[in-house]
Design a protein around this ligand. Structure first.
Ligand SMILES: [Zn+2]
Length: 111
């Protein structure tokens, strides 16, 4: 299992809320779920009680695309490329009705 971007497994009751690292939406949660929390655990048929957090959009095609952008941003050593990818990500989120959390806020216009 990849490190969590839009789905998270936690010890039951230890985490109140998780925010999707792809789109910034608060995750839905299924508490005290019994099951495998990793591929390895699944192979070993080892089930553990856990809280399963997941982004309400995580199965959407655009969300998969956004996830790839987030991963590319984290992996690229290039600052310029990262900021271009960030712009693509913001566009993609907006097209799907998400207001990006980390969008630069225009300052000074307090009206
Ligand atoms: Zn999300």
């Amino acid at each position: 299992m990849m490190k969590g971007y839009d789905t998270f497994f936690e010890e039951p009751g230890t985490v109140v809320e998780r925010i999707c690292r792809v789109c910034g939406t608060p995750c839905l949660v299924e508490r005290n779920k019994l099951g495998a929390t990793s591929w390895v655990a699944a192979m070993a048929k080892r089930e553990t009680l856990h809280d399963f957090f997941y982004c309400p959009h995580h199965e959407q095609e655009w969300h998969q695309q956004a996830l790839e952008l987030v991963q590319a941003i984290e992996e690229t050593p290039s600052k310029r490329l990262a900021s271009l990818l960030q712009l693509d990500l913001i566009d993609l989120l907006k097209e799907n009705g998400i207001q990006p959390q980390n969008e630069p806020v225009s300052s000074g216009s307090s009206e």
